[in-house]
Design a protein around this ligand. Sequence first.
Ligand code: APR
Ligand code: PHB
Length: 392
Amino acid sequence: MGELSTQVVIIGGGPSGLLLSQLLHVCGIQSVVLERKTKNYVLGRIRAGVLERGLLHLMREAGVADRMEREGFTHDGTLICYGNQMFRVDFKHHTSHSVMVYGQTEVTRDLYEAREKSGGEIVFNVEDVEIHDAKTNAPFVTYKKAGTSHRITCDFVAGCDGFHGISRKTIPQKVRKEYEKVYPFGWLGILSETPPVSHELIYVNSERGFALCSMRNTNLSRYYIQCDLSDRPEDWSDNAFWTELKLRLPPDVASKLVTGPTIEKSIAPLRSFVSEPMRWGQLFLCGDAAHIVPPTGAKGLNTAASDVNYLYRALRQFYETGDTSGIDSYSEVALSRVWKAERFSWWFSSLMHRYPDHSEFDFRIQVAELQFLHGNQAAQQAMAENYVGLPY
Ligand code: APR
Ligand code: PHB
């Protein structure tokens, strides 16, 4: 049995776990990250690519913002289409803030590089991770790697192991309350090495369903269309995808769309999910381990980052001053912001998709809401404040 000791064991080497470990490192707190997969597997996952200002600040604080500042694209607004209308919500005008378009994969890559450079301990290919004695002051984590058992004693455990991880399930069922909403459609997404059709993102509510034009860089586009939950990516040829996307875009946008071979194609279901509380004894949940949002508005990574922000500051306060107030209020403070991101993601999803179970009435309400947003500056300001990210 390998024996080790650290201050914080972080379960999961996705963006939440890596960002937390890097921020802790910068203020002199030791951690060990346990990741079930390999680094290449984690970096192969393609997720959303819009970063809120709060995450930009955290990346700077963690000392990992250089490439993002160089290669990311600052966006001051977004376009919204419905019927034959198109309008722009101007983030900069309404909030004086912008967002940064920079892929989650790149954020994760930069974090890995920084952890490696500073000798950060990340153990890959771990199996059978278990959290023990989380309700005591002497928790420990056990795992296996290549057939050998290991044990790490620590002060705190951060559960950053995503929706399918073990951390949330370590909290007894009678303590946990879960809230969930599933949506009757999915998103079919592709990446293609083509110039993006628009300088800014375009969200479309078309009669054929939702579409989104996004990007990663000047020659890498990311597009999505709403699809049936029963669809499989292999049912969609590249040609079928481009044809359907064009039918959903306004004609002047469709005519400018540059198509090409896709280099990735996948389908994601849409789900809203929150598990409460986010703390149990010395165990703290962060990111997808505690909550999921539908991707409309790109709040997944950003909400994970807001949890990391609160937890990192709470741990820092504890180690620097002995004050436990940040730790004690973590769950309540993090959840208050999580629920606001849940509300926005649910609202934006409801506004932009065609629901197979909607009545004529529901549809007319949706159109009225789009028209209201189109014509009302206060409504646009509310949207912009949520899109650029509510303050931490
Ligand atoms: N032991 C160790 N690692 C685990 C375990 C386990 N039992 N279970 C899962 N993991 C790892 C996964 O392999 C993954 O690399 O935990 C990591 C969790 O990463 P994510 O699922 O990416 O979750 P998180 O880091 O919270 O990132 C937030 O933002 O855009 C959203 O959903 C998107 O991933 C995204 C998220
Ligand atoms: C993406 O670029 O992948 C993306 C952008 C905005 C969203 C969702 C996904 O709302």
